[in-house]
Write a protein that binds this ligand. Structure first.
Ligand code: XIL
Length: 381
């Protein structure tokens, strides 16, 4: 009897402690899941990041900065490294903001992107006055050598050429094309590779899901490769909407680009929820829709986003991230174009003064349903 009693007590204690352990494991599991952030959730898949603006870089926006440090492991400068800002005159380079930007990325141990070296928009005015090929080549050389050289080993990835294609896949008549001919693209990539051989060099553009434009990118990459010029990736900007593009079109582009042996990146992701009754023609920043300013039908959610649209946005992001995860072996980075809705360029483009809700964090920096949905994809696994 005594022995049996001892054995029973022992067994009971053993069972209680075993149940206790199981509970603890469950709790620990829950804690881990609850504390998932974007960067921890997708750490085995791709870099995940955000574009940052002046107030992030100079440290004034402390709340957004905390969020950036917690959620993201890659940064892109929204405006400060564009030609008109970093190199406004032939012999003037402004490194004040770019130095702070790189320091911010380094402090957080992040993958640091340079955006962008050669683009027809937000260009310094002196470039538009150049009319001969040799002078243009000299200016490209000075711009790329100086900036890429200055941040050699510190900026890990460059958008070397941005938006060089028309919607039909032909080359855009930019000042660079007009003055130098189509070799300006090859020249820009060669200069960047010389200035920092270890940096990742990418071509970046919008509407790269479109079959005709996709064919243009494929040609562009093949031309560079045929010349032995280094190109590492294609950045699909990904300024999308609730309705389009289709997952199938995006997928076809992922496959077409990765078939060329280059990485695919989603470099400027946002999903507009506002009406676009005109043909927006992608994200060309020079389009102007002043006549719609102040029109309430074009700004239907000035205060909060109704649940029905919040849910649609969450579903859209879920579909998009399901595709990204399906092709995580081909995708190296996903970057949102802004930290939270209040800072998105889509509040002022293409119509000024609207209230858009395109990102994962709302104006109070709280995660939206879309955020939970995306993190939820990882919880399931
Ligand atoms: C946008 C910025 O977000 C705005 O603040 C600025 O006024 C215009 O440019 N494609 C790009 C980005 O490559 O650099 C653009 O950024 C959005 C479209």
């Amino acid at each position: 009897m005594k022995i049996n009693f001892k054995i029973t007590v022992f067994l009971l204690l053993f069972m209680v402690s075993a149940i206790g352990c199981e509970k603890k494991e469950e709790v620990e599991e829950q804690v881990n899941v609850e504390t998932l952030t974007l960067k921890s959730a997708f750490s085995d898949d791709f870099f995940i990041g955000s574009a940052v603006n002046d107030n992030h870089i100079n440290g004034k926006d402390t709340l957004a900065l905390q969020l950036i440090g917690k959620e993201f492991n890659t940064l892109t400068p929204e405006n400060i490294m564009k030609w008109m800002n970093i190199h406004p005159e032939e012999n003037t380079f402004n490194y004040d903001m770019s130095d702070q930007y790189v320091a911010l990325g380094e402090k957080n141990n992040m993958h640091i992107v340079g955006h962008t070296l050669v683009w027809h928009s937000q260009l310094a005015p002196y470039i538009n006055t150049i009319s001969d090929s040799a002078t243009m080549a000299d200016n490209l050389k000075s711009h790329i050598n100086t900036i890429v050289g200055k941040y050699k080993g510190r900026i890990h990835s460059w958008d070397v050429v941005n938006e060089a294609l028309n919607e039909d896949g032909t080359l855009r008549e930019s000042i660079f094309l007009k003055v130098m001919g189509n070799d300006y693209i090859n020249y820009a990539f060669q200069l960047a590779a010389l200035a920092d051989p270890a940096a990742e060099l990418n071509y970046n553009d919008y509407n790269l899901w479109k079959p005709e434009k996709r064919a243009g990118v494929v040609q562009l990459v093949k031309d560079l490769q045929a010349k032995g010029t280094k190109i590492d990736g294609v950045g699909m900007q990904a300024h999308w909407s609730l309705e389009g593009p289709s997952i199938e079109d995006i997928e076809n582009s992922i496959l077409a680009y990765s078939d060329l042996g280059v990485k695919v990146m989603f470099t400027e992701l946002d999903v507009t929820v506002l009406p676009n009754p005109w043909d927006l023609n992608g994200a060309a920043v020079e389009q102007n829709y002043d006549k719609f300013e102040g029109d309430p039908t074009m700004n239907p959610y000035p205060n909060t986003l109704p649940d029905s649209i919040q849910n649609k946005l969450a579903k859209r992001y879920e579909d998009i991230f399901n595709l990204f995860l399906k092709h995580k072996d081909k995708i190296s980075r996903v970057t949102f174009w802004g930290v939270h809705d209040g800072q998105s360029w889509l509040n002022d483009w293409p119509i000024k003064g609207r209230t858009n809700h395109p990102l994962l964090f709302d104006r109070k920096l709280n995660p939206k349903k879309a955020y939970q949905q995306i993190i939820g994809l990882k919880k399931q696994n």
